[in-house]
Design a protein around this ligand. Structure first.
Ligand code: HEC
Length: 194
């Protein structure tokens, strides 16, 4: 009974991950999914916590520093202790280094459509086992919602000081104009499988 439930849950996730259709999709195990979900939760709560702390301490301009250095820092730390390559991506990016791969872009587009169709982002995810260069990898993505705190730096209007700080560091910034509750992007997790 327990096993059957686990298999069903994983199957549902794959069914929801519609865009993985082009891949030779094999099912990640329930344990692998659980691990990825835990990491995604950890990443988001660490990041929100650090952002709120930084804005409280030194205002949004200081927090740009946090997003620029601390987010990759948290990602790096999570990668080291988990064995997953952890990152963030979006359809509109501030840092070109976070640009999505072809596959990630397809998943992001599907997430966007699902959000527009009214699906909650809290549980929105995509998981697939993908073969690359003779090795198998588990690719997991988790939708990131735009929260109130995010609008300070990703919303329609940015304070002039903040805009200046962002422009100085990110001349190609495309990650503004977001609205509350819109899809901001996705966390990405990739792990080589044995
Ligand atoms: C204080 C300003 C600030 C706030 C607040 C902020 N961000 Fe960012 N965000 C940035 C900066 C700067 C980057 C570029 C980081 C880098 O160089 O990787 C970024 C990058 C990102 C990226 C990676 C894709 C990209 O555009 O390069 C995502 C996803 C993201 N932010 C989501 C959020 C979410 C979700 C929130 C709210 C919980 C948030 N941000 C709040 C400044 C901010």
């Amino acid at each position: 009974m327990r096993i059957a439930t686990g298999v069903m849950a994983a199957g549902m996730v794959l069914a929801l991950a519609g865009t993985a259709a082009a891949e030779p999709a094999k099912q990640p195990s329930a344990a692998q999914l659980k691990e990825a979900r835990q990491l995604a939760t950890e990443f988001f709560s660490d990041l929100k916590g650090e952002l709120q702390k930084a804005i409280a301490e030194g205002g949004p301009t200081h927090a740009v520093e946090v997003c620029a250095r601390v987010a990759p820092g948290i990602a790096g730390e999570l990668s080291t202790h988990s064995g997953w390559a952890v990152g963030r991506t979006a359809l509109k990016v501030r840092n070109p280094r976070n640009s999505p791969s072809v596959r990630e872009r397809a998943v992001l587009m599907a997430f966007k459509q699902r959000v527009e169709a009214g699906e909650p982002m809290k549980t929105m995810e995509s998981a697939a086992v993908i073969e690359e260069g003779g090795r198998r990898y588990l690719h997991y993505m988790k939708a990131i919602p735009t929260k109130g705190v995010c609008l300070t730096c990703h919303g329609e209007t940015l304070s002039p000081a903040l805009k200046k700080a962002i422009d100085a560091e990110y001349p190609a910034d495309a990650a503004t104009g977001f609205e509350l509750g819109e899809l901001r992007g996705a966390f990405t997790f990739v792990k080589p499988l044995e």
